[in-house]
Design a protein around this ligand. Structure first.
Ligand SMILES: [Mg+2]
Length: 392
């Protein structure tokens, strides 16, 4: 007899990760108001203990303001190397449960327990509780868990009862689970968009389901179909392990506040930083890319993008860098409108090292050597972080 379907997608999200990493090696600080961040240059809180959050410290918050609302705040300097090691150890533990682990960021990711062939929801939950206990025992990192049938549902579930949350959404109850939640719980609906769509009658995720298609299209613009599917708990994305060969490499940033055309140079710099990070991954995977795409999203959720291809695929910054500003300009056609999100994507991937011609090879080899050195420095977590485009 076929097994009944089970919720096997798990979203694991460490609680106050940077602070938790610090508390793991300085347990005397447990229960105190502390935060990571706030060096002289980066005067921003990047992680705050729940005790500090209780008195109004949040991330990202300027350190000066955090110290005003919480004068006894204990500030801890960033230690990227320590956080990266802890993250690796945490995901290694995840991989002892299932081979299907997708890392989304340093402190959160998805697991698919499908391969575990659990017989019941209780068996799925027991496996996950075992993992949570091991992460706590071995690393002293508290995590929150969401379990569901899709990435979307598990991700929303894990955020509901932080810290140390554990929420399971049974099969078939996805839409009912989502319905009462505020609209901004859906991915891509930021604070500002949420205000706009709430004013037009979309306060909860359930409101999306109740609206007609044409009303939704009027409120949400081109993305309405995606939002309508999500609101019903429909999400067909699968957990992607790093072992699966990617077809493209992309990264996006949603701004805290929408950015106007006057911020063009700043946005361009941000795109180059994202491109740097993609190229590090590309090189680590032994790939080259031919096409660079820049996408922008306006506050009404409409997107616009522009792409350009190189004559030869590359894994170096040099040929891609000059394209970034032009592509941003070409994509940003509605200049009077601010942007809520930008992304960069590298596609047209080829395996293996570049074929160098005789004239460019010496220069190319020099840049490749420098890129490798920088990748190693970054991998070792040496500070300050080196960005290829600025330092080569
Ligand atoms: Mg987290």
């Amino acid at each position: 007899m076929p097994r009944p379907p089970l919720p096997t997608i798990v979203h694991l999200d460490a609680d106050a990760f940077f602070v938790s990493c610090e508390l793991a090696r300085r347990p005397e600080l447990r229960g105190k108001r502390c935060a990571v961040g706030g060096g002289p240059q980066r005067g921003i809180i990047s992680s705050a203990s729940y005790e500090a959050r209780a008195v109004g410290v949040y991330t990202p918050m300027p350190t000066a303001r955090a110290l005003r609302v919480c004068p006894d705040l204990i500030l801890l300097p960033h230690d990227n190397e320590h956080y990266a090691k802890t993250s690796q150890a945490m995901f290694d533990l995840c991989e002892t449960v299932t081979p299907l682990v997708q890392r989304n960021s340093i402190d959160e990711g998805y697991l698919d327990l499908g391969p575990c062939a659990c017989a019941s929801v209780a068996a799925v939950e027991a496996k996950v509780r075992g993992l949570v206990a091991r992460i706590w025992e071995e690393l002293q990192i508290p995590v929150s868990i969401g379990i569901g049938t899709s990435l979307l549902v598990s991700q929303i579930a894990s955020k509901l009862r932080k810290p140390r949350g554990f929420v399971t959404v049974p099969v078939g109850e996805e839409a009912a689970f989502l319905a009462p939640l505020p609209i901004e719980q859906l991915p891509g609906i930021g604070k500002k968009t949420a205000e706009e769509v709430k004013a037009r009658g979309l306060r909860t995720i359930g409101d999306v389901v109740r609206k007609t298609d044409s009303a939704l299209a009027g409120i949400l613009g081109r993305d309405w179909r995606q939002v309508a599917a999500w609101a019903r708990g429909i999400d067909t994305r699968a957990v992607e392990t790093e072992r699966a060969a990617p077809k493209s490499y992309s990264q996006q940033e949603t701004f805290l506040e929408d950015r106007a055309f006057g911020d063009f140079e700043d946005i361009e710099r941000g795109l180059k930083r994202m491109l740097d990070e993609l190229l590090v991954k590309l090189r680590a995977d032994g790939k080259r890319a031919r096409t660079l795409t820049v996408k922008v999203r306006y506050p009404d959720f409409t997107n616009s993008s522009h792409a350009q291809s190189l004559p030869e695929p590359s894994d170096l910054e040099r040929p891609f860098y000059p394209l970034v500003g032009d592509l941003l300009r070409a994509a940003w056609t509605r200049r009077r409108q601010p942007l809520r999100l930008v992304s960069v994507r590298l596609s047209g991937l080829t395996e293996g090292p570049a074929q160098l011609d005789l004239f460019t090879s010496a220069n190319e080899a020099k840049h490749r050597h420098l890129a490798a050195v920088v990748d190693r420095l970054n991998a070792n977590g040496k500070k300050p972080r080196v960005y290829h485009g600025y330092d080569l």
